[in-house]
Design a protein around this ligand. Structure first.
Ligand code: SF4
Length: 492
C-alpha cells in the first residue's frame, strides 16, 4: 500500500516529532511505501499571517478551541489543505494516517472530512494522544465517518496487524488497540491493548522530515517507555502502562545511525525519565563516551544517580537534565508519593551543577496538603541554590488530570467532592481542599509569590507564556511536563 503519514498544524516547531518516525519504520519493514508529511512545520513557513501568528507561543494554545479554528485558523489553512489533498490524490496514496493532538484536532477533523467527501475510497487513519485521551470526541467522529480506523496509545503493533488483516482479507475489528465502527452492525469498537514490545521496534526514520526547517537542530530519542515511579499528580506511568527499556547498546547504535544519516549530533531523550534503570543508564554513558554528541533528558532524584554516574553522563554529552524536585517539604513529597527525600534533592542538585550539567528544576506549587510553611521551605530551597539552577519550571495552578491518581481519588487527597464522588470544581475548573487549606486563591497567591521571587533573583523560569491565561487555557505542571514530552513523542 502507498501510505501518507501526516502531521497537521498546530504544534511547536522546535524539532521533529518522534511518533510518526516510528510508525513509518514499522510500515516500511512490512513492505509498504510510506512518506511522512510534516505539514505543521511546512505551513508555518509558507503561510503568511498578517494579523496573528497561530504558531507563536502566546497564540498556539488557542488552537484547541473550535471557535478559534473556525474564525482564524481554517481560513488561513483552507487553500493549503486543499492543495495538499490534490497532491496526495495525484501521487496515488491509498491511505492517509494523521497524528492527532489537542492542538491539531480541528485541523485534522477538517482535512479528514474533506478527503472523505471528495475521495471516499482513501483510507483515513487517526492516532496520537488525543485519540487515546478523548473517547467522547472520537466516538462522535467515528460515527460521523470522519475516519475509518483509529489506533489507541502505542500504535506500532496495532497498525501492522491492521494492514496484515487487510492484506489477507480478514476481519480487523477484533484487533487490540483498534478503534472503529463495526463494518456491518456499525457498533463502536474500542479494545485496549497491553504495552507493546518496545525493544523490537526498528530505529525511527526521520528522512522525510525537513530537518533544516526546525528551530532546534535536535532529534528526539527514547530509551524507555513508562515510568518506575507512581507520583500521584502524574499521568506518565498510567499512559505508558508498564516500564520497558531498550538496551543501552541499541540506543548507542541508534544515535550513531542518526548522526551518520542526518548529520545531527544533538538529542533529547523524551523518556518519562532517563534513570528508570541505572545500570542501563551507566552503560549508555559508557557507550556514548567516545561518540561526539550532546543530549538532554528528564530524570528523577534517586540515590543511585550518584556523582560518579552524573560525571559519566556529562562526559557522554549530557548537557542538561530536567529534574522533578517538586517541593522541599518532605511531607508534600510523601503526599505526592514522590518516593524521594529532600536531602536527596539537595545532593543530586549539587552534584549535577558542580559537574557542569545544566539543571532545569521542575516544581509543583499548591499540591493538596501543602501549607504556607511547606511552600516557604521550597522558596528557601530555590533561594539557597539559585546559582545551581539553569532554569526553573513552575507550571501553573494544579489542575486534576482525570487519569492521575489525585484526579481519580480526590477524596483521598482531602479535596471537596460532589455527589458523584468526583472533585467539586468551580466555574473555572478549580478545586478546593475540604478544610480550606488550599483554595484557588491560595494557589494563585503562591504562584505569584514564586514568580516574583524568581524574578527578584533574576532566575530564568518557564512557562512564562502560560501565565496570564483563563482557566480553560492554563496548564498544570503535570500537564506542562506532559506537553514537553508529547511534543517529542507524538504517536500516530
Ligand atoms: S513525575 Fe516523573 S518520576 Fe513521577 S511518575 Fe511522572 S514521570 Fe515518573
Amino acid at each position: 500500500m502507498k501510505i501518507a503519514l501526516v502531521y497537521l498544524p498546530f504544534w511547536p516547531t522546535y524539532s521533529p516529532p518522534l511518533g510518526l518516525a516510528y510508525i513509518s519504520s514499522v510500515l516500511q519493514r512490512q513492505g509498504h511505501e510510506v512518506k511522512i508529511f510534516d505539514k505543521n512545520i511546512e505551513f508555518s513557513k509558507n503561510i503568511k499571517c498578517e494579523n496573528i501568528d497561530p504558531w507563536s507561543d502566546n497564540v498556539l494554545n488557542k488552537n484547541s478551541q473550535r471557535s478559534f479554528f473556525n474564525e482564524t485558523t481554517q481560513p488561513l489553512l483552507k487553500k493549503e489543505i486543499l492543495s495538499f489533498i490534490k497532491e496526495l490524490v495525484s501521487e496515488g496514496y491509498d491511505a492517509v494516517g494523521f497524528s492527532v493532538t489537542e492542538l491539531s484536532y480541528y485541523t485534522t477533523q477538517y482535512m479528514s472530512s474533506l478527503i472523505k467527501k471528495l475521495f471516499p475510497s482513501i483510507l483515513i487513519m487517526w492516532g496520537g494522544p488525543h485519540v487515546t485521551a478523548k473517547n467522547d470526541l472520537i466516538l462522535a467522529d467515528s460515527e460521523a465517518g470522519i475516519f475509518d480506523v483509529a489506533f489507541e496509545a502505542e500504535a506500532e503493533e496495532t497498525i501492522q496487524e491492521f494492514f496484515n488483516a487487510l492484506k489477507e482479507n480478514k476481519p480487523y475489528y477484533s484487533i487490540l488497540g483498534l478503534i472503529c465502527n463495526h463494518p456491518e452492525n456499525k457498533k463502536f469498537i474500542k479494545k485496549k491493548r497491553p504495552s507493546i514490545n518496545y525493544k523490537e521496534l526498528p530505529f525511527p526514520d526521520f528522512r522525510d522530515y525537513p530537518l533544516n526547517l526546525y528551530k532546534v537542530k535536535q532529534l528526539p530519542i527514547m530509551m524507555s517507555r513508562g515510568c518506575v515511579a507512581t507520583c500521584s499528580f502524574c499521568t506518565e506511568f498510567l499512559t505508558w502502562k508498564s516500564y520497558r527499556i531498550r538496551t543501552a547498546q541499541d540506543v548507542v547504535e541508534e544515535i550513531k545511525n542518526h548522526i551518520e544519516n542526518y548529520q545531527i549530533d544533538n538529542f533529547i531523550f523524551c523518556d518519562s525519565l532517563i534513570n528508570g534503570n541505572h545500570e542501563q543508564l551507566e552503560k549508555l554513558a559508557d557507550g556514548l563516551e567516545n561518540v561526539a554528541c550532546t543530549w538532554t533528558a528528564f530524570c528523577r532524584v534517586d540515590e543511585r544517580l550518584t556523582k560518579n554516574l552524573l560525571r559519566k553522563m556529562f562526559k557522554a554529552g549530557c548537557t542538561e537534565l530536567l529534574i522533578g524536585f517538586e517541593s522541599d517539604s518532605q511531607k508534600v513529597l510523601d503526599l505526592m508519593n514522590k518516593g524521594t527525600k529532600i536531602a536527596q534533592n539537595q545532593r543530586v542538585l549539587e552534584d549535577a551543577a558542580s559537574i557542569g550539567i545544566k539543571v532545569h528544576g521542575l516544581f509543583l506549587v499548591g499540591f493538596p496538603g501543602e501549607e504556607d510553611h511547606d511552600f516557604n521551605k521550597t522558596l528557601k530551597f530555590i533561594h539557597k541554590n539559585k546559582d545551581k539552577f539553569y532554569v526553573i519550571s513552575i507550571g501553573n495552578s494544579l489542575t486534576l488530570p482525570p487519569q492521575s491518581v489525585v484526579g481519580m481519588l480526590p477524596k483521598k487527597f482531602n479535596i471537596l467532592i460532589g455527589e458523584n464522588g468526583e472533585a467539586l470544581l468551580d466555574n473555572e475548573g478549580e478545586w478546593t481542599s475540604v478544610d480550606g487549606s488550599i483554595t484557588p486563591l491560595i494557589r494563585k497567591q503562591r504562584l505569584n509569590k514564586l514568580r516574583n521571587y524568581l524574578n527578584s533573583m533574576k532566575l530564568n523560569w518557564v512557562p512564562q507564556q502560560y501565565v496570564e491565561r483563563n482557566s480553560l487555557q492554563k496548564l498544570s505542571l503535570s500537564i506542562y511536563h506532559l506537553f514537553l514530552k508529547l511534543f517529542y513523542t507524538i504517536k500516530l
